[in-house]
Design a protein around this ligand. Structure first.
Ligand SMILES: Nc1ncnc2c1ncn2[C@@H]1O[C@H](COP(=O)(O)OP(=O)(O)O)[C@@H](O)[C@H]1O
Ligand SMILES: [Mg+2]
Length: 701
């Protein structure tokens, strides 16, 4: 892998700036060397200022940690060296040392930068952390209705932490009492206090856990609810770009992960932070020198965790995406299993599924291997610091500044504090990745509606006169291809207008525009002279009803399906609509009549029966404009008579009929013929037939 250019630039900048500073220091302030470790840290501070400034100005793209590492590294090393008491002479100032010290310092920094860029592929400039706090604020806002519970949970958290840190203190008191031999009463009181502290801290911890779990579930339910409500109002273009499996994974996995941020990560972080601070205080009391050494574990653990987390997050995202792909593959194959059977697609589906499964497995393997390596490194770091502490503790024992018991206690505290630091670092990483999941959820919650609920126009009487005025349109998924070009025609009340044309000529697209699934790119669709977008959403969809080629039924009873979207529908209206759609006959013959469950997507009914129910659903509104998009293909019986009845029913209804059946086309009052998205001709069927143009050619097909 080539060295990223920013590393070279940054390293050269820092080296030159450092050289200049070293020369200046050696020349003007040689007295600094007499100050001992204070001098080392003064030099480090100066270097931090100069190197940080130079890095910012001359190589702003590089990681900022480089200047910090370079300037503080030597001072930390020299101080630790002094603590541990390594043999051999060491310089106080880098400026007074032999040039090999400077070379060594910068060489180490370059190696660290290179390792970093190799392990963490993107340049970490701290932007990601800043981004993590944005969802945090929104998460807090989302969880705000839970504030009484949240307040109690945090109170219990504080109380439990207090109890946990006071237990060792109470134990110490009890031991003191025992050693001093103060009577039974004093001992009982001390032991009682210890038991009380333990019991109350357990009780508070339990309350804290229970409350956070409770809040978490309420949060998940509410967020899912909000997300789903915002999804159902999305424009159709959104659903064409997003698979159902992806949305399902946002609703389930990502919302759950997002809920972890507050209820788990922040909870665990605060708890561990409290413990670390308490333990550090005890450790400082025992030996400040050993505490400093033990604290060395913090930057090491945090850096290792940071490298690991960045990689882990990337892998985790890839694993989640792959899992969503696996879900989508299953859903797609199973939902169209009949077609798979018909076209002998079993092997292909099998292959496709095993491919996505393979990818998921490979990603998981990589993730788990990296995790194992990380755990190993973490353990080695921990042991190394412990060995250092033991080595130094041994010296202190010799000097007589620490007792054997003190050293044992210190090691115990250090182990506990170490695990708390690990937990802190882990929670922080987990918080970042959960915040990323929350971001995905917020992306969907933020989405602006392209075709919104729109206008407010609700006229008391609607004639149903539809005009397509010079309409041009391209689908958002394919914006450069015009599907409709300059289309102008009208649908008159009381008439059946047929839209004819070959497959792909743009008939269903006209319907989609009339139903306001999309906005026309140019021109306008008018209803009674008013643009569709000015009408109120619910009103428009009561007045304009569509029966599609593949009728979509929802699981539930026939009654529910007919009255879909109409809360105030009466039983007589449902029966009348079913009768008008010619569905009453077969519904009455069913054992449970209108209460019959139609099964998932209406799977228990025949195609013709489904079409009739879909027609009844349209008629029950009752609509002023009725659109039948190839909706009569599976109907038997005298469908043209039925068509006449639908038009004449309810006054003068406007009917737009799309069909390939010449018999039905001939029954229309007027015909509009579309060819490649433009109007080829229009007129009454008889006129068009005599003209011998596109319409006649269509009839012969
Ligand atoms: N959702 C869509 N996204 C992109 N292109 C589409 C979409 N639906 C239809 N089309 C394209 O628009 C053209 C017209 O389709 P359509 O109106 O469905 O024709 P039809 O006259 O058969 O009903 C076709 O070429 C089709 O490929
Ligand atoms: Mg169509």
């Amino acid at each position: 892998m080539a060295m990223p250019p920013y590393i070279l630039r940054l390293s050269c900048t820092l080296l030159l700036a450092d050289l200049a500073l070293m020369l200046a220091l050696a020349h003007f302030f040689p007295a600094l060397a007499h100050l001992g470790w204070v001098g080392s840290w003064l030099e480090a501070g100066l270097r931090l200022l100069v190197l940080g400034g130079a890095g910012q100005l001359l190589a702003p793209r590089g990681p900022r940690g480089a200047a910090v590492l370079l300037s503080l590294g030597p001072a930390i090393f020299l101080t630790l060296r002094g603590y541990v008491g390594l043999p051999g002479a060491a310089p106080v100032l880098l400026a007074m040392a032999t040039p090999s010290w400077l070379v060594l310092t910068h060489g180490t920094a370059v190696v660290a930068l290179l390792t970093w860029s190799l392990l963490v592929p993107t340049v970490a400039t701290g932007a990601k952390e800043a981004e993590a706090w944005v969802p945090l604020r929104r998460l807090l806002a989302l969880a705000w209705p839970e504030w009484p519970f949240l307040g109690c949970a945090f109170l219990f958290l504080a109380l439990a932490a207090l109890g946990e840190t006071s237990v060792p203190y109470c134990t110490g008191r009890a031991l003191d009492v025992l050693r001093q031999g103060d009577g039974l009463a004093a001992f009982t009181a001390a032991v009682g206090l210890m038991c009380l502290a333990s019991a109350s801290s357990s009780l508070f911890a339990g309350c804290r856990g229970g409350l956070f779990t409770f809040i978490r579930f309420r949060f998940i339910l509410r967020t899912r609810d909000q997300l789903f409500s915002s999804l159902v109002y999305r424009d159709l273009a959104f659903f064409q770009k997003t698979t159902a499996a992806e949305l399902a994974s946002r609703l389930t996995t990502d919302v759950t992960l997002a809920s972890n941020v507050l209820a788990l990560n922040i909870n665990v972080m605060l708890r561990n932070l409290g413990q670390v601070l308490g333990l550090c205080a005890f450790m400082l009391g025992l030996s400040p020198r050993l505490t400093m050494l033990a604290l060395l574990e913090v930057p090491l653990a945090v850096t290792a965790r940071k490298v690991y987390d960045t990689r882990h997050q990337m892998l985790q995202r890839a694993v989640l995406d792959a899992a969503a792909d696996t879900g989508a593959a299953v859903q797609e194959s199973i939902s169209s299993i009949e077609m798979v059977r018909v076209f002998n697609g079993e092997e292909e589906e099998e292959h496709r599924y095993s491919q996505v499964l393979d990818r998921t497995l490979r990603l998981r393997d990589q993730r788990d291997t990296e995790r194992a390596i990380f755990l190993l490194i973490q353990r080695v770091l921990q042991l190394a610091v412990q060995a250092l502490v033991l080595y130094c503790g041994h010296q202190q024992l010799h000097e007589g500044t620490l007792t054997a018991g003190g050293l044992v206690a210190f090691i115990l505290y250090q182990t506990k504090a170490g695990s708390c630091v690990q937990a802190l670092a882990y929670s922080y990483g987990d918080l970042l990745s959960n915040a990323a999941a929350a971001c995905k959820v917020f992306d969907y919650l933020n989405w602006e509606r392209a075709v919104g609920a729109g206008g407010t126009y609700v006229p008391t009487r609607l004639r149903g006169h539809v005009t397509f005025h010079r309409v041009s349109f391209a689908y958002p998924t394919c914006p450069e291809r015009l599907v409709l070009q300059d289309v102008t025609f009208e649908l008159r009340p009381g008439e059946v207008t047929a839209l004819a044309g070959l497959n792909g000529s743009g008939k269903s697209t006209c319907v989609a525009l009339l139903e306001r699934f999309y906005e026309p790119g140019a021109g306008e669709v008018l209803l009674d002279g008013v643009p569709l977008r000015d009408y109120e959403h619910r009103y428009l969809h009561r007045q304009v009803a569509l029966v599609g080629q593949e009728p979509v039924l929802f699981s539930g009873s026939i009654r529910d399906n007919i009255a879909y979207g109409m809360e105030d529908c009466k039983e007589e209206e449902i029966i009348a609509a079913a009768r008008a759609a010619g569905a009453l006959g077969f519904i009455s013959a069913l054992e449970q009549g209108f209460g019959t469950d139609v099964g998932e997507r209406g799977g228990q009914l025949s195609a013709g029966q489904k079409q009739r129910i879909a027609i009844a659903r349209a008629l029950v509104r009752p609509p002023t404009v009725l659109i039948l998009d190839e909706a009569t293909s599976a109907l038997d019986g005298d469908s043209d008579a039925m068509l006449q009845q639908w038009v004449r029913n309810g006054g003068d209804r406007t009917v737009l009929l799309i069909t390939h059946q010449p018999r039905m086309l001939e029954k229309a009052d007027r015909v509009v013929v579309l060819e490649h998205g433009t109007v080829a001709e229009m007129g009454t069927p008889a006129e068009l037939r005599t003209r011998g143009g596109p319409y006649s050619r269509l009839l012969q097909h």
